[in-house]
Write a protein that binds this ligand. Structure first.
Ligand code: NAD
Length: 309
């Protein structure tokens, strides 16, 4: 096992999107303090995506520099991801780590949601992450090193009232993470996704003050640092993190029920076996980790021929 008594990022270049406040600021400061050169990206708009200002990114750059670190600001939207990567290349000559953290909310019940509210959330979270990664990917491949963190949400993993747009976009980032982990493996590019919980302007109006006091962004960042270190091999994984708790998430599938492949399958048959189809506690549940394991149940049932038995 690697010596992890002093996880450093000297010589590494990190892009943190949406780093002008909240979680992104915490990530940027931490990488800066551990030797990385940081691109502090932030458009400087409101939580719902209105307006723009250079100030958010500038303040964090000043904080990193004041602490003796190296940082530059970038004010582009993540939708112009190639410009953010360009800033890194111009200032520091390389990119090693991308933290896709920028995000906004357009909370509204599905009944009232407009196309614009749906599209904007997908643009910032999904297209934004795509654009930054698409520009960084060839650099990662060439140098045979890359670390990526995408930021999902409990709303994406479980759903949340009033957040159909945000939930769908956030779960899209889980799929992106898992596929990039597969495609990046050969080139030492690792990609993980976190579902954080932290006090920020995004949550300060939703969560009670006593809870917010325990939810420091600094309690999320160390997982991000660990996952992005050159010695860390973890990839393609989902983590829930906040208030000092860190846990990994996975899929679980019931043992299910196999119906004969050569007999007509009716909804009444499904009804008869419903208890078995949905039973996670009968000792037959499994945890598929890839599409091959996902198909095991279906493939095994190819042999389930009623006529032969
Ligand atoms: P925040 O509002 O403090 O930070 C988001 C930052 O992204 C802001 O500084 C904003 O200016 C920036 N941003 C927005 N749109 C941008 C764009 N197009 N280009 C560049 N920058 C842009 O909120 P936060 O809580 O720190 O959120 C950080 C991330 O964590 C988000 O993706 C959010 O969805 C996710 N998240 C947060 C929580 C939580 O508990 N705080 C929970 C789940 C997920």
């Amino acid at each position: 096992m690697a010596d992890n008594s002093n996880l450093r990022f000297d010589g590494r270049v990190v892009i943190v999107t949406g780093a002008g406040g909240g979680l992104g600021r915490s990530h940027a400061l931490a990488f800066g303090a551990r030797g990385a050169s940081v691109v502090v990206n932030d458009l400087g708009g409101s939580t719902t995506g209105e307006g723009a200002s250079n100030r958010a990114a500038d303040v964090v750059v000043e904080e990193i520099r004041a602490a003796g670190g190296k940082a530059v600001a970038n004010y582009d939207s993540v939708l112009d991801g190639e410009k953010i990567v360009e800033t890194a290349m111009k200032a520091f000559g390389r990119v090693d780590i991308v933290i896709n953290n920028a995000g906004i909310l357009k909370d509204v019940s599905f009944a009232r949601m407009t196309d614009q509210q749906w599209n904007l959330i997908f643009q910032v979270h999904v297209e934004g992450a795509y654009k930054v990664l698409k520009a960084a990917w060839p650099i990662f491949r060439k140098q045979k090193f890359g670390r990526i963190i995408n930021t999902t949400s409990a709303a994406g993993l479980y759903g949340n009232f009033g957040q159909a747009n945000y939930s769908a976009a956030k779960l899209a980032l889980v799929g992106l993470t898992q596929t990039l982990a597969l495609e990046g493996k050969r080139d030492n590019i690792h990609c993980n996704v976190i579902a954080p919980m932290a006090a920020s302007r995004m949550t300060e109006t939703i969560l009670p003050p006593d809870m917010l006091a325990s939810l420091k962004p600094e309690m999320v960042t160390p997982l991000v640092e660990y996952l992005c270190h050159e010695d860390t091999t973890e990839s393609g994984s989902i983590f829930e993190v906040g208030a000092g708790f860190v846990g990994k998430l996975r899929w679980e599938r019931t043992g299910g029920h196999g119906f004969p492949i050569d007999k007509t399958l009716l909804p009444e048959h499904i009804s008869e076996e419903w208890a078995k189809i949905t039973d996670f506690e009968d000792g037959r549940a499994t945890h598929p980790t890839n599409t091959a394991e996902s198909m095991e149940g279906i493939m095994a049932n190819f042999e389930n021929v009623a006529e032969a038995s």
